[in-house]
Design a protein around this ligand. Sequence first.
Ligand code: ZN
Length: 337
Amino acid sequence: MSYTGPDFDPPQSRRFRRGPLTVALAALVPGALLGWAVHATVGGPDDDGGDASTSAGVSASASSAGAPSAGASPSEEDAPDGADDTDGRRPGPSPDPGSPSASSPSASAPAGTGPLKGKVVVIDPGHNPGNFQHTAEINRRVDIGTNSKECDTTGTSTDDGFTEAEFNLDVAHRMRALLEEQGATVKLTQDDDRPFGPCIDERARIGNEARADAVVSVHADGSGAGNRGFHVILPGSVNSGAADTRAVVEPSRDLGERIAGNFVRVTGNAPSNYVGGRTGLVTRKDLGGLNLSTVPKVFVECGNMRDSKDAALLTSGAWRQKAAQGISEGIVSFLRG
Ligand code: ZN
C-alpha cells in the first residue's frame, strides 16, 4: 500500500523499467542471468503494464523531495513493511515456532584471514523482538534529516505469529556466519541484547561509526496476500538536514543490484511481483536508516510474511539459510568488486 508513495527515484526507476527486465537485471548482474530468466519466464505477466501507474504516481509526488507520501503510514519508518505494521494485525509477544538453527557465529575462519580481510560489514536486523513491549519508547520521534519519524517500529509477522523481528535476527546470524567465514569483520546493530530498538538514527550511526564497507538492513514485508517475492530498497538522493546520501547512492545501488541478483540465483525465487516492476529494486527517500547513512547501505525485504506461500518459505530454516547466502554473496561480490 505505502509502496505507491514517492519513494522511488523516478529517473532510476525508469531506467529499470525501460527494457525487458530480463535484459536489465542480467546486464547488471550477469551471474544471476540463469536464475532470473527462469523466474521471469514463470513469474507471470511482464511488468510494463502494472508498473506504469506506479511510475506515474511516483513521478507526480517525487517533487516533494522526500517528504512522506500522503498515502504512506507516518509510522512506517524503517519498516518498508510498515504498511502492515500499523494495520492492527501485529501480534503480541509470540513464541517462535521455527526456532532458528545454525545461527551461531562461525568459528571456522581465523580473524583477519579470508578474501574479505579488513572489510567491515554491518548487519542491521530490522526491529527488535522487544519492541512490542516498548511502544512508548519506540514511538518517540527522531530526526532523519528530511523529517522526523518514529524511533523504531514493531515489524510484521506471519499469520501464525512468527515475528519479523525473529526472522530478521535469524537471517542476520546466518549472514554473520557466512561473512565471517570470508574473513569479514561483522557487527550487528542489535542482537536482541537490548530491550528495544535501537532507534533508526542510531542504526544508521552504528554503520557510519564503524566505517562499514557495506551495511544491509534485513527485513520481511507485511503486504497483502498474493503479493510475493523479495525486493532490495536503495537510498534515494537526499540532502536535507542531517541527511546527505549523495555520496552513497551509487555504491548502494551497486550493492543492491548484486544482492538482488544473488538472491534470485541462490534462492531460486523471483523478485517482488508488487513493487519495483519485477526488478527486485526499489528506491526510497523516506527511510531514516538509509537517509542518515554515510556508507553504502540497502534494505532487503526477503519476502511477504502475510502471503501464505511466502510465509512457508520465511518460516523454513533451510530457506532462510538460502536467503542469507544470497544476500551474503551479493555483499561479497560488492566488496570484492
Ligand atoms: Zn521490517
